[in-house]
Design a protein around this ligand. Structure first.
Ligand code: IMP
Length: 210
């Protein structure tokens, strides 16, 4: 699709630099909601082949930024690139696991292993407040322009696995706002309050002008 037809049809293609299928689905739905708000269709383009993209930053921002740059430099992506990095932070554990969220107890663990590992770590701890944080970076490679922002959502780590929706730590994350776990919430409900929705929504004005 060339630039002229995109403008004429009020459509804009954005490369979404994530290979996580759950995140892809969430971001697709979020972009659909934002498209309606700004009356402009944002079409997500996802990586077509599985690639090994390094993720070695010490912060969510560093990871989100370096992932976006990786696709621009290595795969010559030259449409706007949206990249995200996120994690769960449990205050009683010093904001653990944070940027390590997808690596504990080891990188090949399943989502269920990770939830059980956290439940074990939280045994006997009564202060169970937590939040999810999402940092999002948008890079416009043709204009040498980038912006970054974040979103967060608060909850409590319950002491069991509850619900089968979502991914990662959703079945043990009881959302204060929804009064149910993200595992029990459907996608529409999660999107009302999620860290990812809140972060990506901050780019509405930029999307409008693309
Ligand atoms: P990364 O951003 O690819 O490093 O992965 C973030 C990790 O944090 C995910 O693999 C999940 O374990 C966790 N995480 C981030 N956001 C969510 C969410 O919305 N639900 C459940 N887990 C999440």
């Amino acid at each position: 699709m060339n630039q002229n037809s995109l403008i004429k049809n009020k459509m804009i293609e954005i490369f979404v630099a994530t290979q996580n299928k759950h995140k892809q689905k969430e971001i697709k739905d979020i972009l659909k909601i934002i498209s309606k708000d700004i009356k402009r269709e944002i079409i997500p383009v996802f990586p077509s082949e599985k690639e090994k993209v390094p993720e070695e930053g010490k912060t969510y921002f560093e990871n989100a930024f370096s992932k976006a740059i990786w696709w621009i430099e290595n795969k010559k992506v030259n449409i706007p690139v949206l990249s995200e990095d996120s994690g769960l932070e449990i205050f009683a554990l010093g904001k653990y696991p944070g940027v390590m969220s997808s690596l504990i107890p080891h990188k090949d663990a399943t989502d269920k292993d990770r939830c059980l590992f956290i439940l074990q770590k939280m045994k006997g701890i009564s202060k169970r407040d937590a939040r999810y944080v999402s940092w999002v970076v948008l890079i416009l490679p043709q204009e040498n322009y980038w912006i970054a922002d974040y979103g967060e959502t608060y909850g409590i780590i319950i002491d069991e696995i509850r619900g089968e929706n979502g991914f990662g730590y959703d079945p043990i994350f009881f959302s204060t706002e929804l009064q149910k776990t993200f595992g029990e919430a459907n996608q529409e409900e999660k999107n009302l309050v999620s860290h990812r929705m809140r972060a990506i929504s901050k780019f509405k004005k930029v999307f409008e002008k693309l």
